[in-house]
Design a binder for this molecule. Structure first.
Ligand SMILES: Cc1cc2nc3c(=O)[nH]c(=O)nc-3n(C[C@H](O)[C@H](O)[C@H](O)COP(=O)(O)OP(=O)(O)OC[C@H]3O[C@@H](n4cnc5c(N)ncnc54)[C@H](O)[C@@H]3O)c2cc1C
Ligand code: SF4
Length: 453
């Protein structure tokens, strides 16, 4: 075989890990290239100094876990590290509703090529591999989780459907009652060879679980791939790829020396570039990462659709905050402490019907009552807060919270309207522009000169 590998898989998030595992399990020679670091149990930063540096920006000497993409009216937080989004996600494994495998509008989008039934066995396989368990709300101390109790009460009051979704977290050992903080009975996962503990209910899941209780992809799909011979390389950022001898030639930057020294990556011609070849190339670098890579390398693939990188949409999540919660005790309204630091970040869910359920509600899971919920109140509160802070001179905070008022502090102080980012900016980034650069460019990137990293 003229190739180094049968397949090179770029990224190590949900998409990439499953593919890497399936290929390795089928006896294929696989290489996983992940730009971020490994995060064994105990390695997620917690001190303010380290957390402040926990971002992905190699050009500034940062090789951390959070990567923020910013566009006009559209911001996304993704993860960089072995395990991808699983390192920072909220562990919730909900199957897509069978009703939702449909054509959206008559004559609008095309029908889904797959149905729920096609996926059912795969859902089951993934849940097993990720060690899905429900929050053991019928056992102490779990049954005393204030936020879970409050969610259940809220659902009961409004006649809504409350339930405990499957979570990729280990609460108890097989055939034993769940107990916080006991060692998980298993052969230590191949990736780190370290023991793990059952969930300690610390609520830090979104900044990385230091106890190994969260069943992130490095503990299952990636460990299993490694056991089957996959070559897993971290701090390996793919930059270029092209067709070669009927397969692909892939070029990546090895950041390991710079990450160890915590220094900014060297200039382009001084960086350590490594080239590997493979019969198959799998892009699993996430929605933004894969699109960015394809656009950046589009000259090598002239048949790529011009639609690539356009028509992005958020996933419809609404992040809402509950504040100043109160309860009635003896006819008096008293503060109710929901203690977000007790229990995993998400423990329970409320399912709200939509048009497809035939209950007349509009939108996927967007309940009529949301208008009365904390979201708009919080938004109004935030605006007031921003205005107040801005008049106090704290323009930095105002800039952070006001999503449409980007631009430098200086520009805002002078009252100039800051330039806004275009929805098509992913074109510019891919064509060699930096985040935040404000030079006008054409969508084909002809005027772009600087590299993103
Ligand atoms: C805070 C938060 C909570 C969430 N909670 C949930 C939840 O509870 N349940 C749920 O179902 N979903 C949740 N999600 C969404 C979920 O995490 C994502 O949908 C999922 O991670 C996407 O998987 P992916 O494989 O497409 O990409 P990712 O998981 O993002 O993986 C992409 C990987 O590719 C790597 N990469 C990118 N570019 C390169 C490159 N050039 N070279 C090499 N490697 C590269 C990245 O470092 C990353 O590791 C949450 C997301 C966030 C941010
Ligand atoms: S609550 Fe704490 S111990 Fe449990 S999964 Fe989340 S981070 Fe890990």
């Amino acid at each position: 075989m003229p190739f180094d590998f049968y397949a090179v898989v770029v990224g190590s998030g949900f998409g990439a890990s499953v593919v890497a595992y399936r290929l390795a399990d089928a006896g294929k020679k696989v290489c996983v290239l992940e730009r971020g670091k490994k995060y064994p149990p105990g390695s997620f930063p917690r001190s303010p100094r380290d957390v402040a540096r926990n971002f992905w920006d190699p050009a500034s000497g940062l090789f951390g876990m959070f990567d923020l993409w910013s566009f006009r009216r559209f911001e996304a937080l993704v993860s960089s590290g072995l395990g991808g989004g699983s390192l920072i996600y909220a562990n919730v494994l909900i199957r897509k509703d069978p009703n939702w495998f449909v054509d959206e509008e008559p004559g609008g989008c095309r029908p889904w090529p797959i149905s729920y039934d096609d996926l059912a066995t795969h859902y089951k396989a993934v849940e097993e591999m990720l060690g899905a368990q429900r929050y053991p709300f019928d056992h102490l101390p779990y049954s005393q989780t204030p936020k879970t109790i409050a969610m259940r009460e809220a659902a009961q009051k409004r006649g809504l459907d409350w339930y405990l979704p499957k979570l990729a977290v280990t609460f108890g050992n097989p055939h034993a009652d769940p107990v916080p903080g006991v060692q998980i009975v298993e052969e230590p996962p191949a990736m780190y060879g370290l023991p793990r503990d059952t969930c300690r209910l610390c609520g830090e899941c979104d900044v990385g679980c230091n106890y190994g209780s969260k069943n992130t992809l490095d503990f299952n799909y990636l460990s299993q791939s490694k056991k089957r011979g996959a070559d897993i390389r971290t701090l390996a950022e793919v930059r270029r790829f092209e067709r070669w001898e009927g397969g692909y030639r892939i070029d990546y930057v090895d950041h390991s020396a710079d990450a160890e020294a915590a220094r900014p990556t060297k200039k382009r011609d001084e960086q350590k570039h490594v080239t590997v070849t493979a019969e198959k190339l799998v892009l699993g670098a996430g929605t933004f990462g894969s699109t960015y890579l394809l656009l950046r390398n589009r000259s090598a693939f002239p048949n790529i659709s011009p639609a690539l990188g356009t028509r992005f949409s958020g996933n419809g999540d609404i992040l809402s905050f509950l504040h100043q919660a109160r309860r009635h005790v003896g006819g008096k309204s008293v503060p109710r402490w929901l203690n977000p630091g007790f229990g995993p970040v998400i423990t329970s869910a409320i399912r709200v019907g939509d048009r497809l359920d035939g209950c007349g509600e509009e939108g996927r899971g967007l309940h009529r009552g949301w208008r009365r919920s904390a979201v708009p109140q919080l938004a109004r509160r935030k605006q007031r807060c921003v205005r107040r802070r801005a008049t106090c001179g704290d323009v930095r905070i105002a800039a952070r919270t006001g999503s449409r008022t980007r631009g430098s502090t200086e520009q805002r102080q002078r009252g100039r309207r800051p330039p806004v980012r275009r929805r098509t900016e992913i074109f510019h980034l891919a064509s060699g522009a930096r985040h935040g650069s404000r030079r006008p460019r054409r969508p084909d990137g002809a005027q772009a000169r600087r590299s993103r990293s």
